[in-house]
Design a protein around this ligand. Structure first.
Ligand SMILES: NC(=O)c1ccc[n+]([C@@H]2O[C@H](COP(=O)([O-])OP(=O)(O)OC[C@H]3O[C@@H](n4cnc5c(N)ncnc54)[C@H](OP(=O)(O)O)[C@@H]3O)[C@@H](O)[C@H]2O)c1
Length: 278
């Protein structure tokens, strides 16, 4: 059960910069989990229509003018990486002594931010993923040395509105994190697609194959979410020796099967992440 955000000790509030897919999902999560709307200012000249409606519905203040005189506890940066350099100078002004800067931008390192915000800035770099939009994200957070327990607690509370948080201290793990949880939802969507294709090849009508694959992946994901046992145990629980599932798994679990492919896929994503930072 996610904590409500009404009680957060926020005198000045939160500045959200960029309210597109990720920033908008975060904003929705905060408001729906009780963050008082007057505690947020959104800076995004052209948010998507549904986020503009959300902002209007809750009466959230917008624009840099609305930031004047406020003492933000957190500045959350959710613009595309290529827009980040332009975004930072105007908002520098609104960072106070106790502000934590939280970035969800891929590829922007803590060093990139300290260069711009100064070595005294408290920075948390977060790698979210798309299920954050439905409150089921996996957000991995990496703090710099200026981040205090109070900052961490605030980040935890804000992130919890969109999913789970894991903290890492070693930023060099971020490319591997991105390769697993950041890009991971796409691998699962591909699994649903390829399962449907295989169903068609096995003789099912296309619409039925699509439906079976989609519901199977979604249902199995939900089961995994609700159960506390590990995925290998869940798999074993549905595999009778000599049965149909075992026959399929003998193919998927062969030496050149899914484990090898997944290792190669994750390694490729990690390598690409490293290249993008060079
Ligand atoms: N979406 C994901 O699943 C996901 C996953 C992991 C990480 N992220 C990270 O999240 C960040 C945002 O991604 P996104 O998918 O949410 O992008 P997005 O949908 O394009 O949202 C970014 C928003 O920022 C606005 N913006 C652009 N320049 C701005 C400026 N100077 N000041 C204020 N707002 C500005 C954009 O407006 P315009 O549309 O008018 O440019 C847009 O509304 C990225 O850095 C990405 O790496 C996203």
């Amino acid at each position: 059960m996610t904590a409500r955000l009404e009680a957060l000790p926020l005198s000045g509030g939160i500045l959200l910069v960029g309210a597109g897919k990720m920033g908008g999902a975060m904003l929705r999560g905060w408001l729906e989990h009780g963050l008082p709307a007057e505690k947020v200012v959104v800076h995004d000249p052209s948010p998507p229509e549904e986020i503009a409606e959300l902002i209007g519905h809750w009466g959230v203040a917008t624009g840099l003018e609305a930031c004047k005189g406020r003492d933000f506890q957190a500045v959350v940066l959710a613009v595309k990486p290529q827009a980040m350099a332009d975004v930072i100078p105007p908002i520098q002004y609104f960072r106070g002594v106790d502000t934590v800067v939280i970035s969800v931008a891929a590829g922007w390192t803590i060093a990139n931010f300290t260069e711009r915000f100064g070595s005294d800035a408290a920075i948390v770099r977060v790698m979210p993923n798309t299920p954050a939009a439905i409150g089921r994200g996996m957000m991995v957070a990496c703090p710099n040395g200026n981040v205090t327990d109070k900052h961490r607690a605030l980040c935890d509370a804000l992130i919890a509105a969109n999913g789970e948080t894991a903290w890492i201290d070693d930023e060099s793990l971020m490319d591997a994190v991105t390769a697993v949880s950041g890009s991971g939802p796409a691998y699962v969507f591909l699994l649903a697609d390829t399962l449907a294709e295989a169903g068609k090849a096995a003789g099912l009508p296309a619409s039925l194959a699509n439906r079976l694959a989609r519901q199977t992946v979604a249902g199995a994901g939900e089961l995994l979410y609700r159960e506390t046992v590990d995925p290998a145990t869940l798999r074993k629980n549905v595999t009778s020796p000599g049965g149909t599932t075992a026959a399929a798994l003998s193919v998927l679990m062969a030496d050149d099967g899914l484990a090898l492919l997944m290792k190669r896929a994750v390694a490729a994503a990690k390598k690409r992440g490293e290249e993008l930072q060079d």
